[in-house]
Design a protein around this ligand. Sequence first.
Ligand code: HEM
Ligand code: CA
Length: 172
Amino acid sequence: MAADVPPTTQSFINTVTGDKLDLDTSLPDGRQTPAVKEFLQTGRDPYEEVPSCFPNGKSLFLTACSGCHGGEMEGKVGPSLSDDYWTYPVNTTDVGLFSTIFGGANGMMGPHNQDLTLDQILRVMAWIRHHFSGPASHATWLTAEQQKQFKPFTAADEAAIKQSTDPAACKL
Ligand code: HEM
Ligand code: CA
């Protein structure tokens, strides 16, 4: 039997319709990780700005998202995910971004609840957040401390974090 989805204090709604999202429609794996438990309580993605988690997040992004959003998130069929503009301002919160990925938006942006686990969605989100190219003060999903440290992604950065895409390499 699949492990239950941990309790949450957050409210997850479809980005377009506002309908309640049912986290029980997530894949059976990856529900009970420390990161998922923490996210469901705090509404913050604990993988953000944790370099050991970037390679796995990147590999998941390349499989599930880059075909439409571009390998560097520059935008293709889908919009850029690295610039300082959001069609849906709710995506400036981690709960909002999670909801867009889990439940989808319009047209080609389908729900990803059946191809990424809850934990994998958080890893992809951390990779997306790390590509934010606007001013750090607009990265309101980060803590004040993280905003101070935040440096937008560069190619050099990518070389420095080139390590195993093994999910187990990601350590909080
Ligand atoms: C919109 C993320 C996969 C096509 C979006 C938005 C996000 C997102 C956050 C909203 C952006 C905003 O508010 O400005 C992702 C992630 C993916 C993924 C993380 C992989 C897990 C895909 C795929 C396609 C696609 C595979 C094409 C088949 C689109 C389109 C939009 C969009 C067309 C605009 C939808 C609208 O405005 O309602 N995506 N996406 N995405 N995405 Fe994706
Ligand atoms: Ca954008």
